[in-house]
Design a protein around this ligand. Structure first.
Ligand SMILES: *[C@@H]1O[C@H](CO)[C@@H](O)[C@H](O)[C@H]1NC(C)=O
Ligand SMILES: *[C@@H]1O[C@H](CO)[C@@H](O)[C@H](O)[C@H]1NC(C)=O
Length: 221
């Protein structure tokens, strides 16, 4: 249920030299410098889990200092998907939120919301189409978030479960700039084939709401 944080791309690249069995596929929306995310929500479908193995599939938020990742992680280690939210992995050290099992093909809705960017307690809310529900509270006042991520993180196993599909993804940030949304996310090392609807941005009250109807990590590139 824990996933390594990304710690910036350089660290990932260094780690890759020593841990070749770890594989990353991820998309990142970066907000402009000095602006931060206040809310990140959406739904995704749990793929069919091929076997018990360290499959970590997640949406998450990362702060500009890359101190960790706030992430609801769909975890395949037991052979049945389990999801719970956590702040990985330290600074501060916080307990993980509760979670629930997710059957293959179920839809999970996630919502991560902060009460104030500078005050910084994140409320997490997970629900599934089968009635699973879990909430969490993560005080992270010194870590305003500037990266909204969708990730497939694998250890000693291949991306062999088919697509990882999100719908109704919404990211809210305190900026009137919209290009961070409409230009779309970065695709780490272009490692994944991505199918995505065009992101739309609406500006109101000094905030931009970025909506993406569908974003799918289809398969390895
Ligand atoms: C976003 O909020 C933070 C924290 O309140 C503030 O420091 C920053 O200036 C805001 N950015 C914009 C672009 O409004
Ligand atoms: C969690 O999300 C569900 C589905 O969107 C909603 O019905 C419920 O009220 C939320 N719970 C909390 C504590 O916000």
């Amino acid at each position: 249920m824990r996933a390594l944080n990304l710690l910036g791309l350089s660290t990932v690249l260094v780690l890759a030299q020593y841990a070749a069995a770890q594989t990353w596929y991820f998309l990142t929306f970066f907000t402009p410098p000095g602006s931060y995310i206040t809310s990140y929500s959406g739904s995704f479908v749990a793929p069919t889990l091929p076997q018990a193995a360290t499959y970590y599939l997640w949406p998450g938020l990362q702060p500009s200092d890359n101190a960790g990742v706030l992430q609801p992680v769909l975890d395949g280690r037991s052979g049945t998907w389990w999801i719970g939210s956590g702040w990985c992995c330290s600074n501060p050290s916080l307990p993980w939120g509760s979670g629930f099992n997710v059957a293959n093909g179920q839809t999970v809705r996630f919502s991560l919301k902060v009460n104030s960017i500078s005050g910084g307690t994140w409320a997490t809310n997970l629900t599934s189409s089968a009635g699973g529900a879990a909430t969490g509270s993560f005080p992270l006042p010194t870590h305003p978030m500037n990266q909204a991520i969708i990730a497939i993180e694998l250890y000693n196993v291949a991306w062999n479960f088919g697509q990882f599909a999100f719908s109704n993804v919404v990211i809210v940030a305190n900026t009137t700039s919209t290009s961070w949304c409409t230009n779309g996310p970065t695709n780490y090392q272009k490692a994944a084939v991505v199918s995505m609807s065009t992101p739309t941005a609406t500006v109101s009250g000094g905030q931009t709401t970025c909506s993406i109807a569908s974003v799918i990590l289809v398969r390895p590139a």
